[in-house]
Design a protein around this ligand. Structure first.
Ligand SMILES: Cc1cc2nc3c(=O)[nH]c(=O)nc-3n(C[C@H](O)[C@H](O)[C@H](O)COP(=O)(O)OP(=O)(O)OC[C@H]3O[C@@H](n4cnc5c(N)ncnc54)[C@H](O)[C@@H]3O)c2cc1C
Length: 375
């Protein structure tokens, strides 16, 4: 079945990046189609802590997570796998809200202005200055531009033959909500052998626990309950957590093959935003802010170009690539360095000792993985 309408922009993927771009572009009168695989709302594997840097921008789009009960977070605590901990004030702070609520909040605004289709995009082709996007159920959509907002790993990465898909990734992640008491204003990052676990409150009053671990460490036990008890609970803070916390999901959610390899922000004329353009290590707690920021960055450059009577696609691509790299490359590099340091027993021990002795270093490290307030 074919559809004759040609959209200005087709966005593939309706996570934070895709939904934010859909909102921004549609508010400026751009004919937009959003293609998303899953109906809303749904849970996602994520730490669910969002940096405040995106709040002014979200408010300018009419989005207020605090109306949905987002919890203000101002303190950060980090512990070594032996349980030695350091607490600091977060430079900008942030808020806790589940992806279930946050994605739905955006979608409810987007669906008023944007055509949304629930399908899996399988192929994107570019010919005669126009795109066609085919879905697995054989529908075809046409657009002048395509925005790739399909997250960390997608069928489209395979059809686009992206390099990172050829390498196996050593990481998997697990997340669930729990009933338990921790201070509201705190986001904690507790290390364990081969990984780390983030804990923070969300809008329901529950605590989200989300951890990243290497397969190597996980397969020593092989089951989630066993891993949490035998490996993660060697950290006394995680031991206390899992002993007292009541699981609120039927079972935790898991994802695997999480790749932190470099990606390109433009592939076959498709503009990539969010995790499709590059995933920052989760310990930085900045991936969602980067996804939202990426949407702003693209939308502003696109609107500027699209409003000119004649504009050059190649110029826009070059400008986007440059701006993307200027904005995000150093954050991604800092994230890689910190993750390496933290997961090596000797450097993690020394690093934590250093921040215990000189606590003012910690906010400086956090700043390197975050941006300024997005206005
Ligand atoms: C373990 C872990 C913990 C994290 N914790 C945090 C944290 O605490 N704070 C933070 O800021 N960041 C965190 N992140 C990062 C954050 O989750 C991501 O950076 C963020 O979700 C990126 O948003 P996105 O819109 O790019 O991708 P996503 O939110 O993944 O959205 C992509 C969307 O595309 C859809 N899709 C995929 N393929 C197709 C297709 N072919 N057709 C149609 N639709 C498709 C998917 O269904 C999905 O809805 C964490 C990441 C991990 C792995």
């Amino acid at each position: 079945m074919g559809f004759s309408k040609t959209y200005d922009v087709i966005i593939v993927g309706g996570g934070l990046a895709g939904l934010t771009a859909a909102l921004h572009l549609s508010q400026e009168g751009i004919q937009t189609l959003l293609i998303e695989k899953y109906k809303y709302p749904h849970h996602k594997v994520c730490g669910e802590y969002i940096s405040n840097e995106v709040m002014p921008y979200l408010r300018s789009l009419g989005v207020d997570p605090f109306e949905k009960g987002a919890v203000e977070i101002s303190k950060f605590e980090i512990s070594s796998k032996e349980g030695k901990k350091v607490t600091t004030q977060l430079p900008l702070g942030g808020f806790g809200i589940s992806r279930y609520a946050m994605d739905l909040l955006l979608y409810d605004l987007v669906k008023e202005r944007v055509d949304v289709t629930f399908a899996t995009a399988e192929r994107v082709s570019f010919q005669n200055n126009q795109f066609s996007v085919q879905t697995t159920n054989r529908d075809e959509y046409h657009g002048k531009f395509v925005l790739g907002a399909f997250g960390k790993r997608s069928l489209l990465d395979t059809t686009l033959d992206r390099k990172f898909m050829q390498q196996k990734s050593p990481w998997l992640a697990v997340k669930a909500h729990y009933a338990v008491n921790i201070p509201d204003e705190l986001v904690a990052l507790h290390n364990f052998e081969g990984g780390y676990c983030g804990l923070s409150h969300i809008e329901t009053g529950a605590v989200n626990a989300c951890y990243l671990t290497s397969y190597k460490s996980f397969k020593r036990v092989g089951s989630i309950p066993g891993f949490q008890k035998e490996i993660m609970s060697q950290n006394p803070h995680l031991k206390t957590f899992f002993e007292h916390a009541k699981l609120l999901f039927e079972k935790p959610l898991t994802i695997s093959q999480i790749s932190f390899e470099k990606k390109l922000p433009i592939v076959d004329h498709i503009f990539m935003i969010g995790d499709s353009a590059g995933l920052i290590h989760p310990l930085c707690g900045n991936g969602m802010a980067m996804a939202i920021h990426g949407a702003k960055l693209f939308s502003e450059l696109f609107l500027q170009a699209f409003r000119q009577e004649q504009f050059d696609r190649e110029d826009l691509e070059k400008a986007y690539q440059m701006k993307w790299e200027e904005t995000f490359t150093s954050r991604l590099q800092a994230g890689r360095r910190i993750q390496k340091l933290l997961l090596h027993p000797t450097t993690a021990h020394l690093g934590l000792k250093m921040v215990q002795t000189f606590p003012s270093i910690l906010p400086k490290i956090i700043k390197r993985t975050h941006g300024e307030l997005l206005i």
